[in-house]
Write a protein that binds this ligand. Structure first.
Ligand code: ATP
Ligand code: MG
Length: 138
């Protein structure tokens, strides 16, 4: 048994389409518990820092513009193997490749406007949770 925590973001496309509840419901149905959640609008600096790992990629600037285009809902999720579980229920980055029943299959518009973010490993989960939440929030 590995109880883990991971960071989830409902991205601006899904928030704009009124899908916050639908996305969080799919995460909860997958056995993930919401430890804390908040709506915020990322600044350009915050989005650049959050996705700094992609700064050399051709899509980086467009990704930052998209992620700052409207509010997002940032959550800490907890559960058994929460990091992998969340990635599984999110589905593939490209919705055209996402499996049936996944969030991205249901709600993503494109490889960029793909509805959700989820941490990809224990180290990134820890860093991303700390990026958005203080110890006293959790
Ligand atoms: P995330 O990190 O948001 O959870 P991911 O881990 O599935 O998604 P990454 O490779 O980390 O995918 O890419 C980060 C984000 O950058 C993607 O979710 C998507 O919004 C955007 N992105 C990735 N690849 C492309 C691409 N080829 N063209 C446009 N945008 C892209
Ligand atoms: Mg990623």
């Amino acid at each position: 048994m590995t109880l883990e925590r991971t960071l989830s973001i409902v991205k601006p496309d899904a928030v704009q389409k009124n899908l916050v509840g639908a996305v969080l419901a799919k995460l909860e149905a997958a056995g993930l518990r919401i430890v804390n959640t908040k709506m915020m609008r990322l600044t350009v600096g915050q989005a650049q820092a959050f996705y700094a790992v992609h700064r050399e990629r051709p899509f980086y600037e467009s990704l930052v513009t998209f992620m700052t285009s409207g509010p997002v809902v940032v959550s800490v999720l907890e559960g058994e193997n929460a990091i992998a579980r969340n990635r599984e229920v999110m589905g593939a980055t490209d919705p055209a490749k996402a499996a049936e029943g996944t969030i991205r299959k249901a709600y993503a518009e494109s490889i960029e406007r793909n509805a959700v973010h989820g941490s990809d490993a224990p180290e990134t989960a820890k860093a991303e949770v700390a990026f958005f939440f203080s110890g006293c929030d959790l």
